[in-house]
Design a protein around this ligand. Structure first.
Ligand SMILES: [Zn+2]
Length: 68
C-alpha cells in the first residue's frame, strides 16, 4: 500500500447510475435485484433514484432504503 493514498482520493470508485446515468460514487449506490429472462439481474442505481422509487424490471425483492 503506497503511503499518502486514501480511499477518499480514489476517484476510481465511481459508476454510472443505471437509472439517471449520473456518475456516482459507488458508496452512494445500491444494487437492486431484478430479473431478465428468468435470471437474476442486478442493477446499480444511485440512492436518490432508489429512494425515488426506481426499480429494475422484474424486481420482486424488498428494498431497504440506505441513507449515507
Ligand atoms: Zn440515479
Amino acid at each position: 500500500m503506497p503511503s499518502g493514498f486514501s480511499a477518499k482520493d480514489n476517484k476510481a470508485l465511481v459508476a454510472a447510475c443505471l437509472a439517471c446515468q449520473k456518475i456516482t460514487p459507488t458508496a452512494l449506490m445500491i444494487s437492486l435485484a431484478g430479473a431478465e429472462n428468468g435470471r437474476p439481474k442486478y442493477s446499480a442505481v444511485c440512492l436518490s433514484c432508489a429512494n425515488n422509487g426506481w426499480r429494475p424490471p422484474g424486481f420482486s425483492g424488498l428494498y431497504q432504503p440506505r441513507y449515507e
